[in-house]
Structures are given as structure tokens and as C-alpha cells.
Design a protein around this ligand. Structure first.
Ligand SMILES: Nc1ncnc2c1ncn2[C@@H]1O[C@H](COP(=O)(O)OP(=O)(O)OP(=O)(O)O)[C@@H](O)[C@H]1O
Ligand SMILES: O=P(O)(O)OC[C@H]1O[C@H](OP(=O)(O)OP(=O)(O)O)[C@H](O)[C@@H]1O
Ligand SMILES: O=C(O)c1cccnc1
Length: 557
């Protein structure tokens, strides 16, 4: 007899917090309330098992810090919420970089820009659901119904320009430029930073690991250690962009159509009466992809001979064993011993995979020690960005249109962009004001020579020579001739609509590698990397200095 249809068969619940399951007939009912209000729709019973329900597709509108909502409300009350503004997103200091810096103490390093795909998807979904509005209605601030009604209709309506995902970016360079009504920019802030900071950080870590692993096999295995489910899935995506070959994360494989792979864990070996039986049983089921784990008992005296026996059995059936995995002990020593033994047995084709808290530094050290490792499995230290757990990217207002009182007083015109600046104790922290764009300058050899940040109306077209000047240290200057200037920002949203052809994951991965290849190794090395030149145009620098001066005079007066 066919099973009775349930509510799951008819609707796709998007907005509920609880499922009340009838204790008599198992009929589920969705609700935002913990307390079941009604009797079972199918059998009339009134006893329910209450199960928390969470659909990750919900709560886009509330994916914010509360002060965003209160500021949005205050601006709405003032009638200024739709004022057009410009926001920049940038970071100030590259992560993971160790060393003392150059002669002026400046540290180099880069960030591989990640998260744009996820951000586009999120902005496309941005809205306040009825449940979101109900939640706000319950807050003690007493938001007016007319405000909540405006939130109900609110969608992102602005323009967004961004560096493309996978490119390399440097401190203080605008990665994203948002031009939208001020309340939308405030709404988006925390969500945008959450995505871009987390994914760029992990992509950068992955990119560094890939630099060291080179052409060796590289597998992502961090699911169990990532800080949250989302972080594991998007982290695996970043690994693939960085150049890893595959992930152990099956959800990421499905969600992003990326390759998945795996070996075997200690449980499989411990469960069987003996290590050899375990190896043989697995090989029997997966003769084309057998990667025995050698260290459950004793890597060299038990795991290795049993793996060799397994490889022989596979050969008898016409198969070659793929690899063996080392997961503890001195990986340099063990890998050399294992390689030698395998080669002596005529098993040169069997590769050696290694895991155990690896990162770019351990891999570099193992390579330097002559370790015979062909495949690196990297988990915890990649996915958690272990040695630098946060990227401090920020989202700052840099310009706005005139306010009604300024228009009335004739101080500004309607189409003026008014540059904004925030003075800080340290000169490095003072942000670059105004609507800006970024050029990357390439030499005739195709290598990146420096980035040039200028105002949006400026152009480098027809210019054959340029002096790149350090933003805060006038002694650092570099003349460049014979360059090709490429604008880094692409338009992503136009009046709220995505106008960007979002590349496939394969394309983003290839793009990351191509961009990385345009940087000299000196900028990418792990320790004490060269500082990549980033310059402000003279017009931007002069404007910044003038605004600083005006602000100081204004505050003194
Ligand atoms: N030759 C080597 N040179 C540098 N680092 C190594 C070398 N061999 C292993 N390592 C690293 O040293 C660390 C060893 O960690 P740890 O002592 O926790 O492992 P273990 O005792 O071998 O195994 P287990 O995970 O079972 O505790 C790991 O991060 C591993 O990657
Ligand atoms: O070491 P990672 O870079 O995180 O790579 C993934 C690790 O996860 C597994 O072990 P698990 O951590 O579950 O147990 P273990 O520490 O006892 O090996 C596996 O054996 C790897 O060692
Ligand atoms: O497939 C593996 O070997 C694997 C997967 C996740 C974690 N550690 C190892």
C-alpha cells in the first residue's frame, strides 16, 4: 500500500522554527511557535512531539548585528535612509605573514579574495520574511509598523563592483565598492564581512599550502574541525579554488560539483579481527582505489607488510594499489622507509599519502627533509586558518550624496559625491576617501608591478609612465614605464540586479592560478615576503590630505 502523503510532500517549508509531530499518526505540522496550537490536521489528536526545525535558507534579513537594524530605523525616522552612499571593503594587514618586515617594519603578504560567489547568492536572497518581521515586532524598541512594512519590501537595489573571486589583493585596496541607499549598505555590512573575511582567509591559507605542495596531490580533509557546518562546506570550496585536487566533504562535493575522495580511517581496521583482513576486505570492495592506513599497530612492521600483501593480491586480480597512508610518527623517516620497501617489492606505482596536522610549514619542512610523499591530506590547520584565525576586513562609508539641508543651503549639488573621511590615531588607519577604482599594472613580461588606487573619474589610458608612491611613506616610490593597466573591479550588481556572469568553480580555480602566476615568488613566499607596491593617485592623495586638514581644523575650532 502506498504510504500516506505528509505535509513534506506538498510544501517546501522555508520559514518555520518548529515541527509538531503528531504522537498518534506521525503527521508533521510546521510552526513558528514552540507550543502546538491546533489539533493534528490528519487525526485530530492533540499530543505532539515538538522538534526544533531549522532551514538554513531562512533568516537572510536578520543576518546582521542589531545596531544595523536600530540605525536603519533611526535613518528611516529622519527620512534619510534612501540617501545614496559609497562603501568600500578592504583589509589592512595580510594574514599568516611572519617575520620582522622590511626596513620600515612593514610586512608584505597577500590575500586571495574569496567569497564573492557566496555573497552574490546571499544578496540575491536578501529579504525580511514574515517571521523576521514578527521577531523585530517583539523587540522592546517598538519599531513602527510602517517601518516594518518598508522592511518587508526591502531588497538590495544598489550597484556593486568587486575584484573577481580568486584574484590576489593587497592591504587598503578596495575589494568591493557598494553604491546604494545608506540603509541597505548598513543592512549588508555584517553579512558581507562575515562571508568575505572567512572565505578570503581560508582561501589565502589554501593558496599558501598549494604554493608549497606544488604539483603534488593535495586533499582537503577539514570537515570535522571547521568552526561550523557552513565553514566546512565553504572552506572545502575555497580549497578547490586554491588548487587542492579534491575534498573529503561530500556536501561540498554535491553543492559545488567538485571532486570528492577519501581513504580509510582507523575504525575500519580496528573493527576487523586483524589489520590484514581489514586491508583485504576493503581492497575486495574497492580494488581500483585502495589506500590502506598503515599506522593502526606499527607502520613499518605491520601496516607496511600487510599493505604489500594486499597489493600482491590486487595484482593477482589485475589491479594496482593506489597508495598507502601515513598518519603519525616521523613522516619524513617513515615515508623514505616505506618508499624504499615498496620499490624493492616492485610497487613503484603505489603512492604515499600523508596526513597529521599538516600545513604549509610542515609540508615545506618535510620536502626539505627529502620526505617521499606524493599526496598531502590537510585538514584542521587549513580549514580553521589555525595560525591566524581572523581576517580583519572592514566595510566603510567613503562618500555620500548631499543631504536635503545641504542642498537647500546650496552647499552641494544633487549629483555631487561628497568624500568622507574618518581620522584615526595612526596614519595607516585613516581610510582612503571618495569613490575609487583600482588598476593593476602589468609589465611587458605579464608580471604584476603594482596596484594604483585612484578616483573613479580618473583614467590611466594613454599614460606611459607612472610613479607608484607608498600611501604613507613618501620615501618609497617606484617609477614604472611600459605597463598595461587593467581595472580590477567588475560590475556585479546594477540597480539590485546581478549583471555579472558568475564563473563556474573550475573557472574561478583556473583564474586564481593564472593571477597567482602574475606575481613574482618574492611576493608570495611564506616568510618575510616583499611588500607589493600599492599607490594612491596624486589626486586621491591630495584630496585625502585636504580632508584630513579640514577635519582637524573643524574639530579644533
Ligand atoms: N619529519 C617531520 N618533520 C617535521 N614535522 C613532522 C615530521 N613528521 C611529523 N611531523 C609533524 O609533527 C606533528 C606530530 O604530531 P603528534 O606528535 O601529535 O603526532 P604523532 O604522535 O606522530 O601522532 P598522533 O596523531 O597519533 O598523536 C604533526 O604535526 C606532523 O605533521
Ligand atoms: O590532521 P588533519 O590535518 O586535521 O587531517 C585530517 C585528520 O583527520 C583524521 O584523523 P583525526 O583527526 O580524526 O584523528 P587523529 O588526530 O587521532 O588522527 C585523519 O587521520 C587525519 O589525520
Ligand atoms: O579520507 C581520509 O583519509 C580522511 C578524511 C577525513 C579526515 N581524515 C582522513
Amino acid at each position: 500500500m502506498p504510504q500516506a502523503k505528509t505535509i513534506f510532500d506538498y510544501i517546501k517549508p522555508t520559514d518555520y522554527r518548529f515541527v509538531h509531530i503528531c504522537r498518534r499518526c506521525d503527521q508533521p505540522q510546521f510552526s513558528n511557535e514552540r507550543e502546538p496550537a491546533e489539533a493534528c490536521v490528519r487525526c485530530g489528536n492533540d499530543s505532539f512531539h515538538v522538534v526544533p526545525y531549522y532551514n538554513p535558507d531562512q533568516d537572510y534579513g536578520l543576518d546582521v548585528d542589531y545596531y544595523a537594524i536600530t540605525m536603519m530605523y533611526a535613518l528611516w525616522k529622519e527620512g534619510l535612509h534612501k540617501t545614496q552612499v559609497v562603501y568600500d571593503d578592504f583589509y589592512r594587514k595580510a594574514p599568516f605573514v611572519k617575520g620582522v618586515g622590511d626596513f620600515s617594519g612593514e610586512l608584505g603578504g597577500y590575500v586571495a579574495f574569496g567569497g564573492l560567489g557566496h555573497l552574490i547568492e546571499t544578496i540575491n536572497n536578501l529579504h525580511f520574511s514574515e517571521a523576521d518581521l514578527d521577531y523585530l515586532r517583539q523587540q522592546p524598541e517598538g519599531f513602527e509598523e510602517a517601518f516594518l512594512e518598508d522592511l518587508r519590501k526591502l531588497r538590495f537595489s544598489g550597484d556593486m563592483y568587486a575584484v573577481e573571486e580568486g584574484n590576489l589583493v593587497f592591504p587598503n585596496t578596495p575589494l568591493i565598492r557598494l553604491e546604494a541607499p545608506v540603509w541597505e549598505c548598513i543592512w549588508i555590512e555584517a553579512m558581507l564581512l562575515n562571508i568575505i573575511n572567512a572565505e578570503s582567509l581560508v582561501l589565502t591559507k589554501g593558496s599558501r599550502i598549494k604554493t608549497i605542495a606544488g604539483k603534488d596531490g593535495l586533499l582537503e580533509m577539514g570537515k570535522r574541525r571547521a568552526q561550523g557546518r557552513d565553514a566546512s562546506v565553504y572552506g572545502a570550496k575555497m580549497a578547490y579554488i586554491a588548487g587542492f585536487d579534491a575534498t573529503s566533504n561530500v556536501k561540498a562535493g554535491k553543492q559545488f560539483s567538485m571532486p570528492i575522495t577519501g581513504t580509510q580511517a582507523h575504525v575500519y581496521i580496528m573493527f576487523h579481527p586483524s589489520e590484514l583482513e581489514a586491508f583485504l576486505a576493503y581492497a575486495n570492495v574497492f580494488p581500483q582505489k585502495t589506500i590502506p592506513l598503515l599506522d593502526t599497530t606499527d607502520t613499518l612492521n605491520s601496516g607496511l607488510p600487510h599493505a604489500i600483501t594486499t597489493a600482491r593480491k590486487l595484482q593477482e586480480k589485475g589491479f594496482e594499489m593506489t597508495a598507502v597512508r601515513l598518519d603519525s610518527g616521523d613522516l619524513a623517516y617513515l615515508s623514505k622507509k616505506v618508499r624504499k620497501r615498496l620499490d624493492e617489492e616492485g610497487l613503484e606505482h603505489v603512492k604515499i599519502a600523508a596526513t597529521n596536522d599538516l600545513d604549509e610549514y610542515t609540508i615545506a619542512s618535510l620536502k626539505q627533509q627529502g620526505a617521499q610523499i606524493d599526496i598531502w591530506g590537510v585538514g584542521t590547520k587549513f580549514i580553521t586558518a589555525y595560525d591566524n584565525p581572523a581576517l580583519g576586513g572592514v566595510h566603510k562609508i567613503v562618500a555620500r550624496r548631499a543631504l536635503p539641508q545641504e542642498l537647500r543651503a546650496g552647499i552641494y549639488n544633487e549629483d555631487d559625491w561628497i568624500p568622507l573621511i574618518k581620522i584615526s590615531e595612526s596614519i595607516e588607519k585613516i581610510l582612503n576617501p571618495g569613490r575609487k577604482k583600482v588598476y593593476r599594472l602589468f609589465g611587458p613580461d605579464g608580471m604584476a608591478k603594482g596596484d594604483y588606487i585612484c578616483l573613479a573619474h580618473e583614467s590611466l589610458e594613454g599614460q606611459s609612465e607612472i610613479v607608484l608612491k607608498h600611501p604613507t611613506n613618501p620615501l618609497k616610490a617606484k617609477k614604472i614605464r611600459d605597463f598595461e593597466a587593467v581595472e580590477l573591479h567588475k560590475q556585479i550588481f546594477k540597480q539590485g540586479k546581478c549583471v555579472y556572469d558568475v564563473p563556474t568553480l573550475e573557472e574561478v580555480r583556473a583564474y586564481h592560478q593564472r593571477q597567482k602566476n602574475t606575481f613574482w615568488e618574492e611576493y608570495l613566499r611564506l616568510e618575510v615576503p616583499e611588500v607589493y607596491p600599492v599607490s594612491l593617485s596624486d589626486e586621491l592623495r591630495n584630496m585625502k590630505e585636504r580632508l584630513i586638514e579640514e577635519k582637524r581644523q573643524h574639530d579644533d575650532g
